[in-house]
Design a protein around this ligand. Structure first.
Ligand code: ADP
Ligand code: MG
Length: 690
C-alpha cells in the first residue's frame, strides 16, 4: 500500500478546514491537499508599487495600501449614510468614503490592512472614493512575509483571506511532500531556467517579488503542457505501434500520372505537405496526420494524391465528409480530378439505398471498389473493406478526441489523414491535436483574387443592398447570414425567418430561400442543392452554411450583425465566396455606433492563420477551446501565446520519452506515470486514462 500522504488527503482533514469549508472548497475544485497546494493566487497586490498616501493629489486615480486607524458611519442631511475610514501608510493619512454603503462598518475593522483603488477628490481635505477594496489582513495577522499580497480565488462562505490563512497553516507540510514529487531532474530544470516544483509553489503562495512569481508560473505551465503532451504522445504511440507491415512503397504509377495531368503546378506548400504524407505512407507505422489549410489552399488535391498512393499499393482509400451534400460535392470534384487517369470514386451515404447500396457494399467487400467517398454511413454495420489503406477525414473540427479513437478502431492499421479548413494557431493545434502530426498549407495557389471586405453600419444598408441587387442582376448569387434563427431569442437580432420576408419584398425579381439549424437535414440539403444549381439567387442562412459548401457562382456574402460573430467564424463564413473566377465580396453589417476592433481586423486580412492568432489575442484562449467538443482539459497556468516556447519543448520531450519508454515503466519515468494518472484520473475516457 502506498504511504498515506497529506497531498492525497481530502481537504476536509487539513488544518483549519472541516466539513463545511470542505464543501465550499469543492466549489472551487479543491478536494485534496494537492488541489489546495495548486490553488494558487489569481493575482497579487504589490505594496511596493502602490501610491504613497502622502503624495496623492485631487484628480489622481490611485491605488493605496494602508491600515485603518479610524472608521465609522456618518448620516447626512439627505439621509444618505456614508461609511468612512481613515487609512495610514508610512507617508501619511487619507480619508476614504463609501456613500450609501453603511454595512461596510460591519466588515471593515480598525487595524485592518486595506487595499483601495479609486479617485482622489477634495472634500474638507483630500478624500478617496474607492471603486474597489480588498482587506489584505486583519489586525495581528502576519504580513511580514513581504509586501506582495496574494489574492486567492474565493467563493461564497470562504473569503480569500480565510483561504490564505488555511494555505499558510498547511503550506509547510504540503511543500515538504511536494519536494518528493519532483519529476524533472534538477540539472535539466536549471538548464531550462525553471524552478523546482516545491520552490515554484512556495513562491506562488509566498511571493517576495513579482518577477519570481512569473518564473514560478512558467514552471506550472510547463508541467501542465508537458503532461498533456505526454498523453498525446502516448496516444500517438499506441496507434503507430499497431502491427501493420503496410509500408506503401510500390512504384508511383497513378500518383505520378495524376500530378502530371493537373492543369497547374503544386504550390511549394502543397509539395511539402505531399512529401510529408508520402513518406508517412511509406513507413510501416500508420500515418496519423492533420493537414491544415485555409479554404481553397489546395488540400483536396494533396489528399487525392494520397488516396492514389494507397490504391497503387493495392489498398482501398476512403474520403469521409460531415454531410451528404459535402460528400456528393467531393465525389464530383474527385470524379473530375481523376478523369484523366480513369479512376471513378464510388459514393456511400444514407441516401444511397437498395440495389445501388448493395453494389457499393459488395464492391468494398471484394475490393473491386478502390476509392469511396461518403459520410458517417461508411461506419455503419455491414460496411466492410477488403483492404483499407487510407482514411481521409474532411472538416475535422467535428471530430473530438473520442471520435478520433472510434476512427482508429475502425480503420485498423490504415493511414489516417485529417483535413481541416479551420486555421488555428500552431500552439492551439498542438494542444488540441497533439496526438496527430501537423502539416500546414500556409499559402494560396497563385492568381487568387482575395475576397474584398467592407464593414458597414446599418445606416448604409440601402446603398449596400442596391449594390447586391446589381450583382444578382449580373447573374451572381448571394448569401445573407444571420446570428440567430428566432426573433424571440434576442430582440435586436434580425432573425432569418423574418429576414426572408424582408428580402423577398426587397428582391421580388429573385428567388429567396433560407436554411437554418431547425430544419431537417433533408430539407436543408434540398435547399442547398437548389442554390448550388443556381435555382436560388439569394440564400438567407444561419451559420449552418459555415462548413465546406462550394458554389463558385456565389460572389456575395452579407453578414448581418457581424459584431456577434467571432473572428474565426467570420473568416469561415467569408470562405463560402471567392471560389470562382469572378471578384467576390463580403459585406459585414454591424449594429453599433463604432466598428468593433474585431471587425476592422477581419476586413484588414484574408489570411486565416493571421486572423486565428488575432482571435486568440482578442478573446483569450478560454473561448477558443471548445473543450467539451475536444475533450481536452482547460489550461490553468499556461498561456498559449506567452508559453509557446514551452509548448514546443514539451512536445519534443514528451515524444522522446514515449519513444524510449512507451509504458513509462522504467525507474526514472515512474514518477511521470503516477503524476499522469493523478492529473487525469477524473477524465476517464481521455485516451482511456484513469
Ligand atoms: P481546399 O480543399 O484546401 O479548400 P481545393 O483543393 O479544393 O482547396 O482547391 C481549391 C481550388 O484551387 C480548386 O479549384 C483546385 O483545383 C485549385 N488548386 C489547387 N491547387 C492549385 C494550384 N497549385 N494551383 C492552382 N490552382 C490550384
Ligand atoms: Mg475543401
Amino acid at each position: 500500500m502506498a504511504a498515506h500522504t497529506r497531498l492525497q488527503d481530502p481537504v476536509q482533514f487539513l488544518k483549519g478546514v472541516g466539513p463545511r469549508r470542505a464543501e465550499h472548497f469543492a466549489r472551487l475544485g479543491v478536494r485534496t491537499g494537492r488541489d489546495l497546494l495548486y490553488h494558487v493566487p489569481h493575482r497579487y497586490e504589490d505594496a511596493t508599487r502602490v501610491d504613497q498616501i502622502g503624495s496623492l493629489r485631487p484628480g489622481d486615480d490611485a491605488t493605496v495600501i494602508g491600515e485603518v486607524v479610524a472608521k465609522g458611519v456618518l448620516p447626512t442631511r439627505k439621509r444618505l449614510r456614508i461609511f468612512r475610514a481613515v487609512l495610514r501608510d508610512s507617508s501619511g493619512l487619507i480619508e476614504c468614503a463609501w456613500p450609501g454603503q453603511p454595512w461596510l462598518d460591519r466588515q471593515i475593522s480598525k487595524g485592518d490592512l486595506l487595499l483601495v483603488m479609486g479617485s482622489v477628490g477634495f472634500f474638507h481635505g483630500r478624500q478617496l472614493r474607492p471603486r474597489e477594496h480588498t482587506i489584505l489582513a486583519r489586525e495581528g495577522e502576519s504580513t511580514d512575509r513581504g509586501r506582495v499580497f496574494p489574492v486567492y480565488p474565493a467563493t461564497e462562505g470562504l473569503t480569500h483571506r480565510q483561504i490564505r490563512g488555511i494555505i499558510e497553516a498547511n503550506l509547510d507540510e504540503l511543500l515538504e511532500e511536494a519536494v518528493g514529487r519532483e519529476v524533472f531532474p534538477d540539472d535539466w530544470l536549471a538548464e531550462q531556467g525553471l524552478p523546482g516544483l516545491a520552490e515554484a509553489l512556495e513562491v506562488l503562495h509566498r511571493p517576495e517579488d513579482l518577477a519570481a512569481v512569473e518564473q514560478a508560473r512558467r514552471r506550472l505551465a510547463w508541467e501542465e503542457l508537458f503532461f498533456l503532451q505526454l498523453l498525446h504522445a502516448r496516444a500517438r504511440h499506441e496507434i503507430r505501434s499497431r502491427q501493420s507491415g503496410d509500408a506503401k512503397r510500390g512504384p508511383p504509377v497513378q500518383t505520378e500520372s495524376f500530378l502530371a495531368a493537373l492543369p497547374f503546378q503544386l504550390t511549394s506548400a502543397q509539395q511539402q505537405a505531399w512529401s510529408r504524407i508520402r513518406s508517412d505512407m511509406e513507413e510501416e507505422a500508420p500515418m496519423y496526420r492533420l493537414l491544415q489549410g485555409d479554404v481553397g489552399s489546395g488540400k483536396t488535391v494533396v489528399a487525392v494524391a494520397a488516396m492514389l498512393k494507397a490504391i497503387e499499393n493495392g489498398f482501398q482509400a476512403v474520403l469521409m465528409a460531415p454531410t451528404e451534400l459535402l460528400a456528393e460535392q467531393h465525389r464530383r470534384t474527385l470524379t473530375e480530378l481523376l478523369a484523366p487517369i480513369d479512376e471513378v470514386p464510388a459514393l456511400l451515404t444514407g441516401s444511397v439505398t437498395g440495389r445501388e447500396r448493395e453494389a457499393v457494399l459488395g464492391g468494398l467487400r471484394d475490393g473491386s471498389i478502390r476509392l469511396v467517398v461518403g459520410t458517417h454511413a461508411l461506419f455503419q454495420d455491414g460496411v466492410e473493406l477488403a483492404r483499407p489503406g487510407l482514411l481521409v477525414i474532411d472538416e475535422q473540427h467535428r471530430f473530438g478526441v473520442s471520435q478520433r479513437r472510434a476512427l482508429r478502431d475502425l480503420g485498423g492499421a490504415a493511414d489516417v489523414l485529417v483535413m481541416s479548413a479551420t486555421p488555428i494557431p500552431r500552439s492551439l493545434a498542438l494542444t488540441l491535436y497533439g496526438d496527430l502530426d501537423l502539416t500546414v498549407i500556409d499559402a494560396m495557389p497563385p492568381g487568387r483574387r482575395p475576397v474584398r471586405t467592407g464593414v458597414r453600419g446599418y445606416a448604409d444598408r440601402d446603398t449596400a443592398l442596391e449594390w447586391v441587387r446589381s450583382e444578382l442582376a449580373n447573374g451572381r448569387q448571394a448569401y445573407f447570414v444571420y446570428p440567430l434563427i428566432d426573433e424571440s431569442e434576442n430582440l435586436d437580432a434580425t432573425a432569418v425567418t423574418e429576414a426572408v420576408e424582408e428580402l423577398r419584398d426587397r428582391f421580388p425579381e429573385f428567388v429567396v430561400e433560407m436554411v437554418h439549424g431547425r430544419m431537417s437535414a433533408t430539407d436543408k440539403e434540398a435547399v442547398m442543392r437548389r442554390f448550388a444549381r443556381g435555382d436560388i439567387g439569394l440564400l438567407a442562412a444561419t451559420t449552418v452554411i459555415e462548413v465546406g459548401i462550394d458554389v463558385p457562382n456565389a460572389t456575395v456574402m452579407v453578414i448581418e450583425h457581424a459584431e456577434r460573430f467571432g473572428l474565426s467564424q467570420l473568416h469561415q463564413l467569408r470562405g463560402r465566396v471567392g471560389r470562382g473566377a469572378e471578384q467576390s465580396w463580403c459585406v459585414a453589417f454591424h449594429g453599433g455606433d463604432e466598428i468593433p476592433a474585431r471587425l476592422n481586423v477581419f476586413a484588414s486580412s484574408t489570411d486565416g492563420f493571421y486572423l486565428a492568432r488575432e482571435d486568440l489575442k482578442l478573446r483569450g484562449q478560454g473561448d477558443l477551446f471548445g473543450q467539451q467538443q475536444h475533450g481536452i482539459p482547460e489550461l490553468r497556468f499556461a498561456d498559449l501565446e506567452r508559453d509557446a516556447d514551452l509548448l514546443e519543448r514539451a512536445r519534443i520531450r514528451a515524444r522522446e520519452i514515449i519513444s524510449v519508454d512507451p509504458d513509462l515503466s522504467s525507474r526514472p519515468n515512474r514518477g511521470l506515470s503516477r503524476e499522469l494518472t493523478e492529473r487525469y484520473a477524473d477524465r476517464e475516457g481521455l485516451y482511456g486514462i484513469g
